[in-house]
Design a protein around this ligand. Structure first.
Ligand code: FAD
Length: 397
């Protein structure tokens, strides 16, 4: 049986970064993945340009049953550390919006950088490898792979969540946690579009492709101000993806389609200046014309001139456009979700090293655990930070 200091399962963002760091610190590392190439999600991310971190990384941007868990790793290896690495590789980047950093050129550059870092650390990478079983032996762990058996002093699970099964996602990490008696919190899709109940969907389907800046508020008061996109299946866009992580089935979300305007004041002002102007044309000064026309067809916007709009109708209109209450039917699920909420309970892990408290030598990093970031580079930063914290411990032991 071939033996390694460290076996890491999952050659995604966290697994590759951890392998590189541990290898460069002198560990003999084997990195295993079931796919035919490493970093498949990185390649897909950020529309092919990988939103690799965010300028404003903050523990408050992470969901976890223990909101304090992520603090230590994020503080010890933060966005500027990763930006420094990207800069050393001469990868050009830009801020798109809200601190989100993207490669100017291609996500492939991030994968190439991680592969180069792994090579620098002498990491052995085995792709298209299935882990058939994991057990304990006197020196640590024994793994049966398709075609080989390997041993490891330390085992790192970096197999990610359930999102996008087409990209290799599997419940492997949760099964290993359970095999070793660790608690796994229920999982659900996050950063995912909403589907709508049939009547509302049919009413709004004609708006597919229309995008508006909006503020969306969840039942717990969490709110995001980003764009909302109407789609053939329901609602999407960054505002919806963000709030989906805070939404529970059955709950309503409240949508303000005019976050930058005092609608009542605007209508009063326009009425004074142009009393015969149609309400529809007035609203089209603030909202996409297609949206206004559709809402009028649906009876949400009266077909009147400004002087005909009575105060009661105006009040109802303002409520419709600024406090639109929507009860999603559900989400599009793991098929299109960017992340998986829940996972290995952080209470089982050390926030300094990511090692299982009750199973020495077993570590969990990245998305497999119950730490999920907002849209905008936060999830990759968690992969880098948790991987780095783990690698420091691997190097010390
Ligand atoms: P992953 O990157 O998912 O890696 C896990 C690896 O483990 C995979 O390679 C998988 O093949 C392998 N694996 C799984 N099971 C097994 C098994 N049984 N045996 C062997 N190998 C296995 N986050 C951002 O911060 N910015 C973005 O721009 C962004 N864009 C995204 C776009 C899309 C379409 C998606 C789906 C996600 C995006 N995310 C983004 C989220 C981000 O990709 C993940 O949070 C991040 O990849 C998690 O890293 P990880 O290493 O924990 O898991």
């Amino acid at each position: 049986m071939e033996r390694f200091d460290v076996v890491i399962i999952g050659a995604g963002a966290a697994g590759m970064f951890c392998a590189a760091q541990a290898g460069q610190a002198g560990c003999r590392v084997l990195l295993i993945d079931n796919g035919k190439k490493p970093g498949r999600k990185i390649l897909m991310s950020g529309g092919g340009r990988c939103n690799f971190t965010n300028l404003y990384i903050d523990p408050a941007a992470y969901l976890s049953r223990n909101p304090h868990f992520c603090k230590s790793a994020l503080a010890r290896y933060g966005q500027w550390d990763f930006i420094g690495l990207v800069d050393r590789y001469g990868i050009a980047w830009h801020e798109k919006t809200l601190g989100q950093l993207f490669c100017d050129d291609s996500a492939q550059q991030i994968v190439d950088m991680l592969v180069a870092e792994c090579e620098k650390g002498g990491v052995t990478m085995r792709l298209r490898s299935e882990v058939l079983s994991v057990g304990r032996d006197d020196d640590g762990f024994a793994l049966a792979l398709n075609g080989a058996s390997v041993g490891a002093k330390k085992l790192v699970i970096a197999s990610g969540g359930l999102s996008m099964p087409g990209l290799g996602a599997s419940p492997f990490g949760y099964k290993i946690a359970e095999q070793f008696g660790l608690k796994v919190l229920p999982t659900r899709a996050g950063l995912v579009p909403f589907t709508l109940h049939k009547p509302l969907l049919e009413a709004l389907q004609a708006l597919a492709g229309v995008s508006v800046p909006a503020v969306i508020t969840a039942a717990d008061g969490t709110r995001f101000r980003e764009n909302l996109l109407f789609t053939h299946r329901g609602l999407s866009g960054p505002a919806v993806l963000q709030i989906s992580s805070y939404w529970q089935p059955g709950e309503f979300v409240s949508i303000n389609l005019l976050p930058d305007s005092d609608l009542a004041a605007f209508l009063n002002e326009q009425r004074g200046a142009h009393p015969n102007q149609s309400l529809k044309n007035t609203l089209a000064m603030q909202l996409p014309k297609r949206l206004v026309e559709r809402l009028q067809q649906l009876g949400q916007i009266p077909d009147v001139s400004l002087k005909q709009l009575n105060p009661r109708e105006q009040q109802a209109l303002v409520a419709t456009l600024t406090e639109w209450r929507v009860q999603p039917n559900g989400t599009e699920g793991y098929r299109t979700a960017e992340v998986t909420l829940g996972g290995v309970d952080t209470d089982e892990l050390s926030s300094r090293t990511m090692e299982a408290r009750r199973v020495p030598g077993l570590y969990f990093i990245g998305e497999v655990m119950d730490v999920t970031g907002w849209l905008g580079g936060y999830n990759f930063q968690w992969a880098w930070s948790s991987a780095w914290a783990c690698a420091q411990d691997l190097a010390e032991s």
